[in-house]
Design a protein around this ligand. Structure first.
Ligand SMILES: *[C@@H]1O[C@H](CO)[C@@H](O)[C@H](O)[C@H]1NC(C)=O
Ligand SMILES: *[C@@H]1O[C@H](CO)[C@@H](O)[C@H](O)[C@H]1NC(C)=O
Ligand SMILES: *[C@@H]1O[C@H](CO)[C@@H](O)[C@H](O)[C@H]1NC(C)=O
Ligand SMILES: *[C@@H]1O[C@H](CO)[C@@H](O)[C@H](O)[C@H]1NC(C)=O
Ligand SMILES: *[C@@H]1O[C@H](CO)[C@@H](O)[C@H](O)[C@H]1NC(C)=O
Ligand SMILES: *[C@@H]1O[C@H](CO)[C@@H](O)[C@H](O)[C@H]1NC(C)=O
Ligand SMILES: *[C@@H]1O[C@H](CO)[C@@H](O)[C@H](O)[C@H]1NC(C)=O
Ligand SMILES: *[C@@H]1O[C@H](CO)[C@@H](O)[C@H](O)[C@H]1NC(C)=O
Length: 437
């Protein structure tokens, strides 16, 4: 494992993908609306160390030379070891002696600013440590050179009660499936070099701070907590590519700022919350998105025509909402459609192209109100739903098309559809499971 060089690489990737100033080419006649400006990067990050800096090569763990922060790391390791009362994979049995590079779960590398070997990475994923109080904050604070901290499925807990930004190299933090509770750990956001934040499967509750969507991170997993209140309106500022808010208690509408993430957002999962209101047409700007999932909410209104612009979309889940109207044919022409689940809504019409997708098993419209299709809701249930007048705010935006549709959509015929190979499984769906695989 070489976390520091990896950091350097991922920074490079980040910087090179954030090309600002791209504007849609204008069409004659009906111009698609201009894409919103992405939120400027908070901090154009400097490389960790100047290229060409001649660092000591990484030393072998059994002969690492002088070790950075040795006394402090040994001390806190023994304290954690005393607190661990259950250790099924016997990590702590190896935590003996003075060379922490040989401890199970500990990985060493050259610390850039010290130019000696130090503790670069902790990997306790799946260690299943038990103990009444495994104090993450106190422990991590005493690992000053750490770049990666992965502790999926353990029993860490405690309040993160001050900035962890003295961990100057920390860029991946995985505290998923532990015992954290209370308010969102605001001070995590102080570690502004984080590119990977995974807090899923804890018992956090309450709102998420606005700042969460301004930090410069690639990955943000906060699913399966008790987060509530509305999603902050600056949501679309996030430069994250992978984002899961699933299985929380968020309410209110999907922020219209979501369109600002058109250049970066690849997978976004709002599954199983209490979101209300109508789908904002700005979702159509998300040309990089392969996964868009708002299943299991209280959304209503029609599907905006702009969804026909989601040219990379493979997985669409709108199931179990109160959406209605006709399913846009342009949606069913999207070239990368793989699993579009629109079941358990109140859609009333599908066209020729959508019927092809249904036959191919790509589009699921079970339990809607579509005349002539099998397995629909009862006439009575549909009647009750439509007996109430239903409207959306910004009614005129539902016909806005956010791209040149004829350039985006390619007619996919039914025969070819059956031959489309399964795309790689989405990253965000994998993290709806507790444990890393
Ligand atoms: C790191 O240490 C090595 C060996 O002492 C030395 O050759 C090299 O110049 C040092 N690099 C920096 C940037 O100090
Ligand atoms: C744990 O690992 C240590 C060091 O490898 C070994 O000496 C000890 O016997 C192991 N304990 C158990 C319970 O397996
Ligand atoms: C895990 O930590 C909690 C406190 O957060 C404690 O109540 C519980 O007993 C611990 N579980 C185990 C298996 O150690
Ligand atoms: C160990 O447990 C003690 C007593 O609960 C606690 O004060 C301390 O913060 C814990 N330390 C670590 C590293 O878990
Ligand atoms: C982030 O990294 C840069 C470059 O190494 C460093 O100057 C800065 O202090 C780091 N940020 C934090 C909050 O530690
Ligand atoms: C979600 O929020 C509602 C009120 O908005 C509350 O009644 C409900 O208990 C919450 N559910 C959970 C699982 O926290
Ligand atoms: C398609 O997506 C739905 C909703 O996300 C899911 O329940 C279903 O298992 C998926 N089907 C396939 C074949 O992947
Ligand atoms: C939209 O794209 C198609 C295919 O590239 C092109 O033929 C057409 O002229 C474009 N329409 C406009 C209005 O630019």
């Amino acid at each position: 494992m070489t976390p520091f060089p990896t950091l350097f690489l991922s920074l490079f990737t980040l910087l090179s993908t954030s090309s600002p100033g791209l504007v849609l080419s204008q069409q004659a006649g009906c111009d698609p609306p201009q894409r919103p400006r992405p939120f400027p990067r908070v901090r154009p990050r400097p490389p960790l160390y100047p290229p060409g800096l001649n660092l000591l090569p990484t030393q072998p763990p059994n002969n690492p030379g002088p070790l950075a922060n040795r006394a402090r790391i040994l001390f806190i390791t023994q304290e954690l070891k005393r607190n661990i009362t259950y250790d099924p994979f016997n990590y702590t049995g190896t935590w003996v002696g003075n060379n922490y590079c040989l401890f199970k779960g500990y990985y060493c590398d050259t610390v850039p600013d010290l130019n000696i070997t130090g503790l670069a990475s902790i990997d306790f994923n799946g260690a299943r440590f038990g103990g009444r109080f495994l104090n993450f904050y106190r422990y991590s604070r005493n690992l000053p050179d750490i770049a990666l901290f992965h502790a999926n499925s353990n029993n860490f807990s405690g309040v993160i009660n001050r900035n962890i930004n003295q961990l100057r190299y920390l860029y991946e933090l995985d505290l998923s499936n532990n015992r954290f509770l209370g308010a969102f750990p605001f001070y995590v956001l102080g570690a502004t070099n984080l590119t990977f934040v995974d807090l899923r499967f804890n018992r956090y509750a309450g709102g998420v701070p606005t700042q969460l969507f301004n930090i410069d991170t690639d990955v943000l997993f906060i699913n399966n907590n008790g987060f509530a209140n509305t999603i902050p309106t600056n949501f679309g500022n996030t430069p994250a590519s992978y984002l899961t808010l699933a299985n929380n208690n968020f309410s209110g509408t999907i922020p219209t700022s979501i369109g600002r993430a058109w250049n970066t957002l690849k997978e976004v999962v709002f599954l199983n919350n209490r979101l209300t209101g109508c789908l904002p047409y700005e979702i159509g700007f998300l040309g990089q998105a392969t996964v868009f999932d708002v299943g299991g909410n209280l959304l209503t209104g029609p599907i905006p025509q702009s969804f026909g612009c989601l040219r990379n979309l493979q997985y669409l889940n709108l199931a179990h909402n109160q959406l209605y109207g006709l399913i846009p044919e342009s949606l069913c022409r999207l070239p990368n459609a793989y699993n579009f689940t629109l079941s358990y809504n109140f859609f009333t019409q599908v066209g020729v192209q959508c019927r092809r997708l249904i036959r191919a098993g790509t589009l699921n419209v079970r339990r809607n109100c579509i005349l002539g299709l099998p397995d629909q809701k009862s006439t009575a249930e549909c009647g009750r739903f439509f007996s109430r007048a239903r409207t959306c705010p910004r009614e005129n935006t539902f016909s806005i098309v956010t791209c040149n549709i004829s350039a985006t959509a390619s007619l996919v015929d039914a025969r070819k559809l059956e031959e489309i190979a399964a795309p790689p499984p989405p990253r965000t769906y994998a993290v709806l499971e507790k444990d890393h695989h």
